[in-house]
Design a protein around this ligand. Structure first.
Ligand code: C2E
Ligand code: MG
Ligand code: MG
Ligand code: MG
Length: 295
């Protein structure tokens, strides 16, 4: 009878398990082996200085190529990796790989007189909470030889909610290493002006949801103009994400945004393609006639 009950129960659960749950379990199982099987790669999206039109850095973005599931987008597995803690070893791999790549590119193409390329790496909440975060980053910099000033750590506002005092302490330790700290997806999370004052932040990245309609929606435009002004007044660098059109680009340039990232210039690229792009000296078209831009 017990056996029968167990079987029925299993059938009940199985029947009730929806497509989404099954998919989740599959991904979670596969995620456990992905690192050792070498299924991760990084793609690099150029960050372009709006004044000079030059590529000044790149964001490393994780890609998972599973033999059966195919290319699994980060939105489908980063959350799971967070919940399971797998993000810690995966994130460590991302950091090491991105730093080694940036160092290799800078050694090969240190463009005469120009500053070296910076690499931006996304840091998850779970990584941020690791007690050995700061020494482990210092170790990666030492091992790869990448100057700390070339590393940009992207954090989200959600990291600052739990224990503000602790977060401030960790951020100061990271700053002491010489790395730059960015707020990713700025404006979408728990936004408080007080943390901008308390936290040693260097860069604001305007979320692409604000950038999408700047050329057509006055409210969105006002928000973006305000974020740029805020950044400039606080002496922070400001980067717009998700720039897809010339109209958006011109708007950002006219309002003094420092850098842009987006499909208009380039999608995130595999390392070999990114390399070809920098080797070819690819730049953004220069600004329109200055007199055409609003004062
Ligand atoms: P994010 O850090 O905000 O990265 C920007 C996302 O916007 C990337 O999506 C990029 O491909 C996409 N994007 C760039 N330009 C455009 C554009 O012009 N239009 C549109 N529609 N999208 C654009 P992706 O690569 O799918 O990554 C999604 C998110 O996954 C990232 O958002 C980041 O939060 C997370 N992620 C990616 N790699 C890592 C990683 O190594 N570690 C951690 N913790 N999270 C990562
Ligand atoms: Mg990012
Ligand atoms: Mg972002
Ligand atoms: Mg985003």
């Amino acid at each position: 009878a017990a056996k029968k009950l167990g079987r029925n129960r299993w059938q009940f659960y199985h029947g009730a398990m929806n497509e989404e749950t099954r998919e989740r379990l599959r991904i979670e199982g596969a995620l456990r082996n992905a690192l050792e099987r070498g299924e991760f790669v990084l793609h690099y999206q150029p960050q372009v200085d709006l004044a000079s039109g030059r590529i000044v850095g790149m964001e490393a973005l994780l890609r998972w190529q599973h033999p059966e599931l195919g290319m699994v987008p980060p939105q489908r597995f980063i959350g799971l990796a967070e919940e399971t803690g797998l993000i810690v070893p995966i994130g460590a791999w991302v950091l090491r790989t991105a730093c080694a790549q940036a160092k290799a590119w800078n050694d090969a193409w240190a463009p005469g007189g120009l500053p070296p390329l910076r690499v931006a790496v996304n840091l998850s909440a779970r990584q941020f909470a690791q007690p050995d975060l700061v020494p482990s980053i210092a170790q990666v910099l030492a091992d790869t030889g990448l100057p700390a000033a070339c590393l940009d750590l992207e954090l989200t506002e959600s990291l600052f909610v739990d224990d503000v005092a602790q977060a401030v302490e960790v951020l100061h330790q990271l700053k002491a290493l010489g790395v730059a700290l960015s707020i990713d997806d700025f404006g979408t999370g728990y936004s408080s002006f007080s943390y901008l004052r308390r936290f040693p932040i260097d860069v604001l990245k305007i979320d692409r949801s604000f950038v999408a309609d700047i050329a057509s929606d006055a409210d969105e435009a006002a928000i973006v103009v305000s974020i740029i002004a805020l950044a400039r007044n606080l002496k922070l660098r400001v980067i717009a994400e998700g720039v897809e059109s010339l109209a958006q680009l011109e708007f950002l340039r006219a309002h003094g945004c420092d850098e842009m990232q987006g499909y208009y210039f380039s999608r995130p690229l595999p390392a070999e393609e990114f390399e070809r792009m920098i080797q070819s000296g690819s730049t953004l078209a220069p600004a329109a006639e200055p007199e055409l831009l609003p004062a």
